[in-house]
Design a protein around this ligand. Sequence first.
Ligand SMILES: Cc1ncc(COP(=O)(O)O)c(C=O)c1O
Length: 290
Amino acid sequence: MSRIAYVNGRYLPHSAAHVHIDDRAHNFADGVYEVILVMAGRMVDEDGHMVRLARSIRELDMVAPMSDRALIHIMDQTILRNRVTDGMVYLQINRGTSPRNHAYDNEALTPTVVCTAKSVVLPSDPETIGGVKVITLSDNRWERVDIKTVSLLPNAMAKTAATRQGAYEAWLYDGDGNVTECSSSNAWIVDLEDRLVTRPLAGNDILPGITRDRVIKLAAENGIEVVERAFSVEEALGAREAFLTSTTSFVKPVTQIDDTVIGNGQPGTTTRTLLAAYLAFAREVTEQAA
Ligand SMILES: Cc1ncc(COP(=O)(O)O)c(C=O)c1O
């Protein structure tokens, strides 16, 4: 079956889906996006994603192209037309198309709306899942990485550096040697007091991950103490457990950081518990919505 993409009011074969060369996302990375998990044909944590999208639009002084309801309808349609049961839906909104000029005039622009969906294989059983290696790199992104913009070149370069070194992700660190987040996920450790640690949202130096937020709630439900505080690369190397979270990686155990094996080199109990809880949560909410 050929893939279908939504572009500015039309559902088109993927190969025929284009935006204009004067689209501001092409010239200035002037756009925002969301990636939402789909399970059993339904979106998971749709509300959180829509709130974050609205915030991204606001923070970039963009104008929403239509109501949330209309955007959700487009995503549902794209999921349906691509027959995605388990997978992801991608929504991108660009400021609009106009002759190249740094300055923009929102009133003269019509936002570009693009939506695609594809199937992905869900992570394996928490009991048997393996861990991944990550590398560490200096975080050289701009100061508003809390906005989910398509301006992702440093992230893309960091991920490529990781891939070239046989690693799954790059963990980024700030000028103080503290981990901010990863190129496309949030970073976590379990410290020596068995507390779950992740960087706080204050400071605009990480993306407020929807999976991060969900995992914090699931940790509380499972009696796992969460501390939102900065942690250094050095602390991470000596941590009991490490993992990363994102819509497409779920809760992914990290068993090696650079050349250091984390814990006993196997995914830890807390990580497995949280992955199991996340999968159970996603299954439950999508079943309820069916
Ligand atoms: C830089 C960055 N941090 C964190 C995340 C995780 O966010 P979410 O859990 O909403 O997918 C992403 C996801 O793409 C990301 O790009």
